[in-house]
Design a protein around this ligand. Structure first.
Ligand code: B12
Ligand code: SF4
Ligand code: SF4
Length: 323
């Protein structure tokens, strides 16, 4: 089989396994090393120390898997839309309304990796990554032609928008690479930057995690400052604002009926009173094997209390309580 035929076979198999878009790129060092370094040095990674430890490997992805020289970049939509928000509830970001995607995507990614190794034969290796490991997933996807990096830092597909998981397979399979996605289709739009509730973008394509609701509700373990608490609204796990306002999503995002991800839009809203009083055991019962397990019962109770305070301030909590 020629390298070109091999690449076509991999892409066809990826689509059969439920991935929406797939492209191939090489593992040259990133041309954005200085941006990555500046971002880390300025403290914008907050308490995510692992990002500092991974700096070298992210900047030189060829060092992640010795011998590998190709990245197969994949996207898989998780878009789903919720109904009306019930009173007294907190919001959960769209990507977190299903099974833990690290787990649910393991099987199709393992199958695709096995197929890559089968196609190459001999000493071909293929290892997959999804949101874990020192792989610069957005940048590799952009270089593989899947979309551009928007001003909100998301990888945006021109046909699907940005509500997609990214996954990467690193391999030494001999396949040709695709053209990178060079155009910036954001143009003069600044909707995401203007809409961010906490003003987390010091400038376009730079996100200060320490102000981002996604970081504060999922990754950060301490006390949130009073200033930020007030700006968090009723988000209790993640945040979708800078994607919800993006015209590429309002135009192109379509509901993902993905039996692997098992997205359940009814998980968009969580009763805050219930969450605050839930026991650790009940919490695990409900959220084990979902992304919400990450901050744990303690983190989610903290988030719920912040949301209640904000609803109270907006006079929405009392209204609900007296209904
Ligand atoms: C740390 C992290 C976070 C942090 C920091 C986010 C950030 N913007 O850096 C926090 C906790 C805040 C976060 C939030 C979210 N995250 Co997150 N996160 C990651 C993680 C683990 C690492 C990202 C990272 O290295 N950040 C550091 C910055 C400097 O790197 P970068 O964003 O990758 O940017 C690179 C390029 O932009 C390039 N670059 C820099 N300047 C320029 C300029 C141009 C013109 C170009 C072309 C490139 C370029 O250089 C950078 C380094 O390579 C990745 C998984 C992974 N392994 O990559 C997921 C990931 C980025 N997250 C993801 C998701 C879904 C989210 C949320 C939507 C979840 C939610 N709903 O709450 C939010 C979105 C917030 C946002 N607007 O980014 C997805 C994004 C999918 C996509 N379509 O882009 C990823 C890829 C996970 C996955 N496998 O699906 N996340
Ligand atoms: S996820 Fe929310 S808080 Fe974070 S940058 Fe986007 S809009 Fe701002
Ligand atoms: S909202 Fe506008 S500026 Fe932001 S990512 Fe989308 S197109 Fe780009």
């Amino acid at each position: 089989m020629t390298p070109l035929k091999r690449a076509e076979a991999v892409k066809q198999r990826a689509v059969q396994l439920g991935f929406d878009t797939v492209g191939i790129t090489d593992l040259r060092p990133t041309p954005h090393r200085s941006e990555l370094r500046a971002w880390l040095r300025s403290g914008m990674a907050g308490t995510m120390r692992y990002l500092h430890r991974q700096e070298g490997r992210r900047a030189e992805p060829a060092t992640v898997l010795p011998g590998a020289h190709r990245a197969i970049a994949l996207t898989r939509s998780y878009f789903n839309s919720e109904g009306n928000q019930p009173g007294g509830s907190g919001r959960v970001a769209k990507y977190a309304r299903g099974r833990d995607y690290h787990e649910s995507l393991r099987k199709p990614l393992q199958e695709l990796s096995d197929y890559v190794e089968f196609l190459g034969g001999g000493d071909t290796v293929a290892r997959f990554y999804v949101d874990a490991g020192p792989v610069p997933e957005r940048e590799l996807a952009q270089r593989a032609g899947l979309g551009w990096i928007g001003k909100n830092t998301m990888l945006i597909s021109p046909t699907r928008g940005s509500f997609s998981f990214l996954a990467t397979i690193l391999t030494n399979l001999d396949v040709p690479i695709d053209e990178p996605f060079e155009t910036d289709r954001c143009g003069s739009c600044t909707r995401c930057l203007d809409a961010c509730p906490t003003d987390a973008f010091p400038r376009e394509r730079v996100l200060d995690s320490q102000r981002c609701i996604s970081y504060l509700t999922i990754e950060y373990r301490g006390d949130v400052t009073a200033e930020l608490q007030e700006l968090m609204g009723n988000w209790i796990f993640g945040c979708d604002v800078c994607q919800d306002v993006c015209p590429w999503n309002t135009k192109f995002a379509s509901v993902a009926n993905d039996h692997v991800l098992q997205l359940d839009p009814s998980r968009a809203f969580v009763d805050l009173a219930m969450l605050i009083t839930t026991s650790d055991a009940e919490f695990l019962d409900r959220y084990a094997w979902t992304p919400i397990e990450r901050p744990g019962a303690v983190g989610m109770r903290r988030n719920a209390k912040i949301a209640v305070e904000n609803l109270r301030r907006e006079a929405k909590w009392q209204t609900f309580q007296t209904q």
